[in-house]
Design a protein around this ligand. Structure first.
Ligand code: GLU
Length: 314
């Protein structure tokens, strides 16, 4: 039985902000590294991989120097615009959340964007952040509201029909967050109970695939899911273990349980109209893998040292 937590419920939004403050770039709050993905996933979570979603466009030639982009390329246009426009969220602690002390959105995903801005301009600050709703990510890339989306976003075949993806820069997996003392140890034990995820996320679709039939509840983002959880509107939140780690850091009465149900390879979404920009981003990612920048950013936000996922090309 879950007890009610009226005080936490009232403080949920303030808690989000306060916890975000604890992850100021000077003192990131480390979280345990996610478990490695299981070798085989249950058949109900199997994904269409016929498009080979983890393979991206191969870079060609050397990375151009900042400010010296090939004429007529998308990169040259972005340099003329004076800033790189990044779509991300502001409530994903450790990956992209607003630091109330500085007003800046910061995290692992934002630092990926800053590296791309640095490669374009020679200045990581030339990055404009737009908060994009989870369900609008591919639409915003397609209609040019943003130059790219870096937002714990899984590269899958459905999304590849709408946008191109970079090579994979992080691999997460879906798990579930429940109340401590709930006695629940897996998503499958939540049959008939409400489980929250963001609208437009792969997580929401997966909840509906669980054989015991938990009831999927959608919210605009995972911050809203945490509020719903703390108000006992939902029994659990299920999404990538990366995002759950950030939510758990904000709620001492929550715990993450169960094995990884899925493999969520994160990649950067870019318009299909600009394949040269995807190749450029892949070059920047390649350099970050090789010169230790990726490892440094991982250490800074996730508190552990590990190897980046290898690039795969089509
Ligand atoms: N990685 C999953 C997805 O892209 C869930 C988290 C999210 O929506 O950002 O759908």
């Amino acid at each position: 039985m879950r007890r009610t937590r009226p005080v936490l419920a009232l403080l949920a939004v303030a808690g989000l902000l306060a916890a975000a403050g604890c992850t100021a770039s000077d003192s990131p709050r480390p979280v345990p590294p996610p478990e490695s993905a299981p070798v085989s996933l249950a058949p109900e979570f199997a994904r269409d991989t016929t498009c080979e979603p983890e393979r991206s466009l191969r870079p060609s030639g050397a990375l151009p120097a900042p400010g010296r982009m090939p004429a007529d390329s998308r990169m040259a246009e972005i340099v003329r615009n004076g800033r790189l426009v990044l779509g991300t969220s502001q409530d994903t602690l450790l990956f992209s959340s607003r630091n109330p002390r500085t007003g800046q959105v910061e995290g692992f995903d934002v630092d990926m964007g800053r590296q791309i801005a640095a490669a374009l301009f020679g200045d990581p600050k030339k990055l404009q952040i737009k908060v994009v709703p989870h369900a609008e990510r591919t639409a915003w890339v397609r209609n040019g509201k943003v130059d790219l989306v870096i937002n714990t976003m899984t590269a899958n075949c459905e999304r590849w029909q709408e946008v191109d993806f970079s090579t994979v820069y992080y691999v997460a997996g879906q798990r579930v967050l429940v109340a401590e003392g709930s006695g629940i140890d897996s998503l499958d034990e939540l049959g008939g109970q409400k489980v929250c995820a963001a609208v437009g996320s792969t997580s929401l679709e997966n909840i509906a695939k669980v054989p015991s039939k938990p009831i999927p509840v959608s919210k605009p983002g995972f911050g809203e899911c945490l509020v719903a959880f703390q108000q006992n509107e939902v029994a659990a939140i299920s999404t990538d273990d990366t995002i759950l780690a950030g939510l758990k850091a904000q709620d001492p009465f929550a715990k993450i349980v169960g094995a990884r149900l899925t493999k969520e390879p994160y990649a950067i979404a870019i318009s299909k109209e600009h394949p040269e920009f995807t190749r450029f981003v892949n070059q920047v990612l390649e350099r970050m893998r090789q010169d230790g920048t990726w490892a440094r950013i991982h250490q800074k936000w996730l508190g552990t040292t590990t190897q980046p996922p290898a690039a795969e090309y089509r």
